[in-house]
Ligand binder design. Structure first.
Ligand code: CAA
Length: 388
């Protein structure tokens, strides 16, 4: 019996800032963002959107297909959680009207935790194959204005159904890990924006890739040449190019630049338009590969490198299944990205500074989102979510 991803669905905000607009405001060449970091647009959460509403919107099509009673657990991965105690997934559980016997928990380790959730879900499904698990990764990436990280913001959520004999990707059991206590990117409890040592974080990312790969090779018989496509964690598109060049070098692959590009390019397309979505980022990249590749991917092996600052990293592989194309949500994803509204610089700043009330008063939020769920109010320190 194989175990893995049976369906994958993502959601992002309906509004974005073109990085050309940011570059114009900063008086710099927009190619720094378009080519230098490999990003074009960044999604900005509406005032009535957060990790809960993004997550519920991502998961809705899966739940509608499989039924509200068939999901055994929701594992919710985020590093921009909205409560220190209550799991964001519990709100999602209510919005999606899941069965009260469904277990819900939140996981955190920067951008890595969705991968931990998937591995845990695979282990649970291996024990009870008839009980699929919903893994949701959801984040709103925010950095200080005028910091180097500003152009790498974004937001999004991805929902994946983990089941026995999956239709999309069978995940191989062998993995390679690297864990190390470093301060490359972090967000103390009293801050809404992340702190980051940008250049150092890219170095640690690359070091973690090398170490995870070495550990993977000790555990698995799958070699570099057995892998057709590579999905890397995508804080920005150019990071994947740096990572893939390094992995090819480590393996003395002898590939041309064009051959290397072909192995990652389809994974970058959606993220280029969405920006960083932390935990969701690599899996939106996987979705991009499945939905944008020009070749039939049935039987192809994918290598995935998941990186969470701080840091924990994992390299693992999976095999794309024969009828994967029938299980995709490509039309919905592409319409979602096509139908978004572009923000002016002033609208972006207004949204960026939208108050995050902490006084326990009654705060009714403007209706902005186009999604099926919204954060309607924050009253008496309680977040009130509704279906639209
Ligand atoms: N045309 C084309 N390219 C240009 C250019 C132009 N006009 N101007 C500059 N560039 C290129 C530069 O040459 C550089 O390319 P290389 O990296 O290949 O050398 C690139 O654009 C970036 O420019 P800078 O070197 O000036 O870098 P920066 O000061 O803009 O910062 C960054 C880049 C450090 C990534 C910054 O965006 C940042 O701090 N981002 C947040 C942190 C981050 O994403 N870290 C990634 C690893 S950590 C992680 O993965 C977890 C996570 O999700 C955060």
């Amino acid at each position: 019996m194989s175990v893995g991803i049976d369906e994958i669905s993502f959601y992002t905000s309906g509004q974005y800032l073109d990085l050309k607009t940011l570059a114009e405001h900063q008086g710099i060449d927009s190619n720094k963002y378009y080519d230098g970091i490999g990003q074009e647009k960044m999604a900005m959460a509406a005032v009535d959107e957060d990790v809960v509403t993004l997550a519920a919107n991502a998961a809705l099509p899966i739940v509608e297909r499989v039924g509200r009673d068939s999901i055994a657990a929701v594992l919710f991965a985020t590093e921009t959680g909205i409560d220190q105690s209550k799991a964001a997934g519990v709100y999602v559980h209510r919005l999606l009207e899941l069965n009260s016997n469904c277990r819900v928990v939140e996981l955190k380790q920067a951008c890595y935790s969705a991968t931990a959730a998937i591995q845990m879900a695979c282990a649970l499904v291996a024990r009870q194959p008839a009980r699929p698990i919903l893994v949701i990764a959801s984040d709103v990436a925010r950095y200080d204005l005028d910091s180097p990280g500003e152009a790498t913001q974004g937001c999004g959520a991805v929902a994946m159904l983990i089941s026995a004999n999956p239709r999309v990707l069978a995940i191989d059991p062998e993995v390679g890990n690297h864990t190390e206590d470093v301060m490359d990117f972090w967000r103390p409890n009293y801050r809404t924006n992340a702190l980051v040592d940008g250049k150092y974080s890219t170095k640690i990312y690359l070091k973690s890739l090398k170490r995870s790969w070495e550990n993977f090779r000790e555990q698995s018989s799958v070699d570099y040449a057995d892998i057709d496509y590579f999905c890397y964690h995508l804080p920005f598109g150019k990071m994947a190019q740096k990572a893939h060049s390094q992995l090819a070098r480590v393996n003395k692959s002898g590939q041309t630049a064009e051959q290397l590009e072909q192995q990652i390019e389809p994974t970058l397309q959606y993220n280029r338009l969405i920006g960083n979505s932390y935990t969701a980022s690599m899996y939106i990249g996987l979705c991009s590969l499945l939905e944008n590749s020009s070749e039939n991917l049935a039987g192809k092996r994918v290598g995935l490198f998941s990186y969470g600052s701080g840091c924990v990293a994992e390299f693992f592989t999976g095999q794309i299944q024969a009828d994967y194309a029938e299980a995709l949500n490509a039309d919905r994803h592409q319409a979602l990205l096509r139908e978004r509204t572009e923000l002016s610089y002033d609208e972006y700043i207004k949204l960026y500074h939208y108050p995050n009330p902490t006084d326990g008063g009654e705060h009714i939020l403007a209706e902005q989102t186009q999604g099926a769920f919204r954060l309607a109010a924050i009253c008496d320190h309680k977040r009130e979510y509704v279906a639209r």
